[in-house]
Write a protein that binds this ligand. Sequence first.
Ligand SMILES: [Zn+2]
Length: 274
Amino acid sequence: MKKIFLSVIAIITLSSCIISQKTDTKKVRLQFIRNATLKLDYNGTTFLVDPSLSPKNSFMSFVVPNKNLNPTIDLPLPIDNITKGVDALLVTHTHLDHFDEGAKTQLNPELPLFGQAFDKKTFEESPFKNITLIDHKQTYKGTTIIRTKGKHGPDQLIEALGEVSGFVLQAANHPTVYIVGDCLFDDEIKNTIKTYNPDIIVMNTGGAQWGGAKILMDEMDAIALAKFAPEAQIIAVHMEALDHCKTTREVLKQKAKEAHVAITIPKDGETLSL
Ligand SMILES: [Zn+2]
């Protein structure tokens, strides 16, 4: 009888520990800016992810040759409002919609910048001086930044499109965040989800077409990913800002509803508490 009583006490204590651990988990503030640019307050650091800060129609179209048609929309907020409070930059790759002239001219060049070795030359030619190329992982002010991989298109276009990264952020008492980057939904992404079990997944789902092929997840891939990670909060971005992106927020919203999956689709400038 005494044994049973002690076991019950042990279970109660263990459960309350688990509950209090859950309660202690800190919130993450994510402000979506435009396309893949987002401001993430995580473990006391404000990361600006994939800074593309140029005004509307300031860089090349991905559809019509020799025309500056991108981005197709302006920034939703004054630039100072976006750059204010930023502590560090995370750059998944250096295509213009992720790292542009606006970022190079508007941000403090002393800010720490984390990116991939493939973009070394582009970073060295930029004004940024404090560059860390992440091979696998790096710690910054108590946050572990893990570089993840993926493919920005089918095999025949990989050479033209180059290497891309994603990032997983981990910290004690914080939800694990996985920023997928410009990737197709494949086994690499599934393995990353299985390995890190993220609580929050930010996926780029514009369904971009280039070189006659899909080079970014579309609405059906988004639903497949959401079904693959049913416990995670899924945030979909990289829509309605570039001329080669075919998936709209409305299409994704409709398809997600039909498929009974929950996907959060922020408006430009919207802040989420996760
Ligand atoms: Zn992109």
